[in-house]
Every structure is written in structure tokens, then in C-alpha cells.
Design a binder for this molecule. Structure first.
Ligand code: C2O
Ligand code: CU
Ligand code: CU
Length: 536
């Protein structure tokens, strides 16, 4: 258990570390700050001049023997992380990115539940990083190679050796062969880099893409498909006047890192202010927030209604009518928008007051071929009584004397400390996430899917000093559009968020972390281990 004393000891230990020994880094930072390029004013750019791209599908390179059963063969894919340049806007020069394909996001996988596949993830990146590495962060010390990558398939039920453990990174010229069994319900997953200490930079550089699993349940619903179904992958970037990616570094020597990267440009599938021509009929949009830190509150400028039919881990039980949607980094939302009411008009999608993209609805006749069934799938609620263990886990933020965030931890524990969370394979647990900070943290667990039980406001100081959970209001059930299978949950500020998690699939070492990439790299990530049940 973490006592208040230990909490304070850790804070002062940290303050001491920050006060000594890091001057070289700060000098480098001061220099960098004085030569920092000027950010672009995106309002000077024309809107809706680039069509929305749809990343191409990955093509298999043939078949290979399955590692699970060498008598069977499975499709084999090979994706190469490489330096590319790509135009984010008609009037900007091409920007430097890293990607698994010719543009960002990388190409999309399409597969079916129960159809395993192999991917050789190749690191064909240059030997130097183009974004500034902070060597004070764990795993990114001066002795580590600057360019490292390891790929995690977010939302996948994958064996530990193929899950992209943050320390399993490889250097340029190397590759890893990962096996994905895809034994799980239809959902939008996404692959992305997970290298320890530079994950935020590699994701920011563009190392990610979409991965769709289909299944019979989804196929039986006659949802919009083919050209009527598109991913909408949102991520913000800080662009310079030359249209290049800028990753800022802090000018406060007591707080060397940028606690959250917020960009000036919101890209959708790699374009700034894109437009999409649509027919006056239903479309299915697979939304992913791939941003480092930005939460979006999306709505149409005219408040047009839409439906959410699925969440991180697949379909909800019934469509949820919405006029706006909040989505945190790492989360996905499966949306149906019916443009038949908007024939011949233009709809602008906004994030709060900021323009994101435009839909141009044609005025011609469209034949509606899809359905929006009122019942999507059955999704039994896991009873609390099924949980064999309840873990109380804190989300901690340590601040410097000047009040700047210095470090974020889970359960006040550093990454390197021994594993403390060891659920038994096949068992169900309740994880109680206690958030005393002023931020909402999107907490993600690898390997598993879970359900949100509730959120409840509490008094943080009493818990920190006396370990007493004193609630300040009744528990609130998840919103209807969160009441499905999730793999990432928004743990709101000064709330206790409870999730119920069946640990299924594999034994071995995985991670759980905050999906704000700056937090994750600053140690808001911990290993956990699924252990085998004791022999009967
Ligand atoms: Cu999106 Cu550790 O994951
Ligand atoms: Cu994940
Ligand atoms: Cu966080």
C-alpha cells in the first residue's frame, strides 16, 4: 500500500533529481527553444480543398505456416516503417512523416474473426530521429539507440510475444514476426508504435493504422459497407509555417517534458480540413482518436443527429442517438450518419467550435441499400459478483515546486518496479481507478476487453492521507454509448471509475497505461501479468 509518507518521499526524491544533474539537457533545451520554428496559423489556409483520403488496404504477400499449427498456413503480411513525405494540405509543402505505408495513416488491415494472420513488422527507418528525444525519460536514456520501434495491435487478444511489449523494440534494419489469432468479435482495432520512452514521438511521427475484424453478427446486420463505410482517423499535429511537424520541448528546466501535446491542425486520415462527397443515404464511419493528447467533442455545425452503434470492442446492443460525441485518445466509435435528410447541402463537422471537415451531400437520388437495425447484438452485463478480486489503483501526478507536472504514475509505482497486478487467467476482476488529478486519463489495458461499472465523485485528500474512500455523490452508470465492450476508459478527474474485466486469452506479461502519449512516456504505464490458474 502507498502511504502518504511514501507519496511525499517520492515527490521530494523527484524534486531532488530535477534540481541536479540534468543541466546538459536543459542547456540543449534552452538552445532549441530559442531556435524554435514559428507555428502555422491554420486559419490562413483555404478549407475543404482536399478530398478525404481512405488509406489503402494491406495486401498479403502469400502464405506462411502458422506458428500455432504448422500444418496450417496463414496469410503473411510485411509492413515497413519508413520515412515518407506527405501533403497535409493543398497549399502546404509535403511534410516529413514516418509511416507503415506511402502516406499517413498507414494502410488498413481487413480480416475476419477466427482467421489468424502473420505480420512481419520491419524497421526501415533512418538512424536518427527527426523529433527531439528527451533522454531524461525512462527507457530513452542516452545509451539507447535513438530510433527504436515495436508495434502493438491495440484492442487485440494476442499472445504476449506478439503484443508489442514496450521493451521489445527493434532498431533500423531489424524486423519482428508477430502472430495475430483474431479470435475475437468484430471491431476496429489499430496498430501503432509502443517503444518505451519515445512512444509519443513515434506515434506523432505517424506510425499507426487501422485494423478491422469482421464477423457473422456484423455481416448479418446489413450495415452500410463498401464505399459507404470509411475510417475517420483523427489526430492533431503542431505544424510550422513550412507545414512541417513540430514537437515542442519545455522551456521550464524544472519540468523538462511537455505534459500534453496539443496541435494547431486537426488531421482526418492525414488531411487538414478535408471534404468528402457523399450520397444522400446512410454511411458508416469508423472513428478513431489517434491523437497524442487531445480529447474531441464532435458535432455537426447544424447539430444534425447521428447514431453510435459500436465502441472500442465492437457493436453495442442498440444504436444510441447522439448529436455530439466525446472521444479520448485511443478510443474508437462506430457511427452511422444518415445524409438522406441533407440532400444537396454541406455539413461541417466541428470539434467544439473548430472546423474539422466537410461532407458534401449530392442532390441526386440515392438508393438506400443498408439498414440500421434497432437491435445489434446481445451483450450480457457481467455481474459484479463474478469478480474474484478488486484492485484499488491510483492515477498519480507529481508536480514541481513551481506547480508544473513533473511525473505521472500508476499506483505511485515506477515502470521498473516488480509486477503487482497478477490476475489469474479465466478470472474476472474489478479495477477501481482512483483519479485525484485535475485531468481525465484514458486508461487502456492490453489483451482484454472490459465493461464500465460506474463513476463516482470522491474526496481525494482523505484517500491520499487516510486511505478512506469518501464519496461525494452517487455512482453514475456509463453513458449509453459506453455501455458495451471497451478497452480504453475515460477515468475522469476526482472520480473513482470502476471497470469489470474478464482476463481471457493468454498468460504472460502485458501493460496497462494512460493513452495520453506524453503521460505514458512519463511512466503512466505499468506491466501486469496474467498468470495460470493453480493446478486443481
Ligand atoms: Cu493503443 Cu498500449 O496502446
Ligand atoms: Cu492496446
Ligand atoms: Cu494520463
Amino acid at each position: 500500500m502507498i502511504t502518504r509518507r511514501k507519496f511525499l518521499e517520492q515527490s521530494s526524491l523527484l524534486a531532488t533529481t530535477l534540481a541536479t544533474g540534468k543541466n546538459r539537457f536543459f542547456d540543449a533545451m534552452k538552445h532549441a527553444a530559442s531556435t524554435m520554428p514559428v507555428a502555422l496559423d491554420v486559419n490562413t489556409l483555404a478549407q475543404f480543398v482536399d478530398p478525404l483520403p481512405n488509406p489503402e488496404l494491406v495486401e498479403a504477400q502469400g502464405q506462411r505456416p502458422s506458428p500455432a499449427d504448422p500444418k496450417k498456413s496463414v496469410p503473411f503480411y510485411r509492413l515497413q516503417a519508413q520515412a515518407i513525405s506527405s501533403k497535409v494540405h493543398r497549399d502546404l509543402p509535403p511534410a516529413k512523416f514516418w509511416s507503415f505505408g506511402p502516406s499517413t495513416p498507414g494502410p488498413t488491415f481487413e480480416t475476419h474473426a477466427g482467421d489468424p494472420l502473420l505480420v512481419e513488422w520491419v524497421n526501415a527507418l533512418p538512424n536518427e530521429h527527426f523529433l527531439p528525444i528527451d533522454h531524461t525519460l525512462h527507457g530513452a536514456e542516452e545509451d539507447k539507440p535513438p530510433v527504436r520501434t515495436v508495434v502493438h495491435l491495440h484492442g487485440a487478444k494476442t499472445g504476449p510475444e506478439s503484443d508489442g511489449y514496450p521493451e521489445d523494440w527493434i532498431v533500423p534494419g531489424k524486423s519482428s514476426l508477430y502472430y495475430y489469432p483474431n479470435q475475437q468479435d468484430a471491431a476496429m482495432l489499430w496498430y501503432h508504435d509502443h517503444a518505451l520512452g519515445i512512444n509519443r514521438l513515434n506515434l506523432y511521427a505517424g506510425l499507426f493504422g487501422a485494423f478491422f475484424i469482421r464477423d457473422g453478427v456484423e455481416e448479418s446486420l446489413n450495415l452500410p459497407k463498401g464505399k459507404y463505410e470509411l475510417p475517420l482517423i483523427l489526430y492533431d499535429r503542431l505544424l510550422t509555417r513550412e507545414g512541417q511537424l513540430l514537437y515542442p520541448i519545455s522551456t521550464d528546466p524544472k519540468s523538462p517534458w511537455v505534459p500534453e501535446l496539443l496541435g494547431n491542425a486537426i488531421l482526418v486520415n492525414g488531411k487538414l480540413f478535408p471534404y468528402l462527397e457523399v450520397e444522400p443515404r446512410r454511411y458508416r464511419f469508423r472513428l478513431l482518436n489517434a491523437s497524442n493528447a487531445r480529447f474531441y467533442r464532435l458535432a455537426f455545425a447544424n447539430d444534425a443527429p447521428f447514431h453510435q452503434i459500436g465502441t472500442d470492442q465492437g457493436l453495442l446492443t442498440t444504436p444510441v442517438p447522439l448529436t455530439d460525441l466525446e472521444i479520448a485518445p485511443g478510443e474508437r466509435a462506430d457511427l452511422i450518419v444518415d445524409f438522406s435528410e441533407h440532400r444537396g447541402t454541406r455539413l461541417v463537422l466541428k470539434n467544439n467550435a473548430v472546423v474539422v471537415m466537410q461532407f458534401r451531400v449530392s442532390s441526386g437520388k440515392a438508393v438506400e441499400t443498408s439498414s440500421l437495425p434497432s437491435s445489434l447484438r446481445s451483450l450480457p452485463k457481467i455481474p459484479e459478483s463474478q469478480a474474484v478480486e478488486t484492485r484499488l489503483l491510483t492515477l498519480d501526478e507529481f508536480v514541481t515546486k513551481t506547480g508544473n507536472p513533473a511525473m505521472l504514475l500508476l499506483n505511485a509505482s515506477h515502470w521498473k518496479l516488480p509486477v503487482t497486478e497478477k490476475p489469474v487467467l479465466g478470472s474476472t476482476e474489478i479495477w477501481t481507478l482512483i483519479n485525484p488529478t485535475d485531468d481525465s486519463h484514458p486508461i487502456h489495458l492490453h489483451l482484454v476487453r472490459f465493461q464500465i461499472l460506474d463513476r463516482q465523485p470522491y474526496e481525494p485528500w482523505l484517500y491520499q492521507t487516510k486511505r478512506q474512500l469518501h464519496f461525494l455523490g452517487p455512482p453514475q452508470p456509463p453513458d449509453p454509448n459506453e455501455a458495451g465492450w471497451k478497452d480504453t476508459v475515460q477515468a475522469h478527474s476526482r472520480m473513482v471509475t470502476r471497470i469489470i474485466v474478464p482476463f481471457e486469452g493468454f498468460t504472460g506479461r502485458y501493460v496497462w497505461h494512460c493513452h495520453i502519449m506524453e503521460h505514458e512516456d512519463n511512466e503512466m504505464m505499468r506491466p501486469y501479468e496474467v498468470i495460470a490458474p493453480p493446478e486443481a
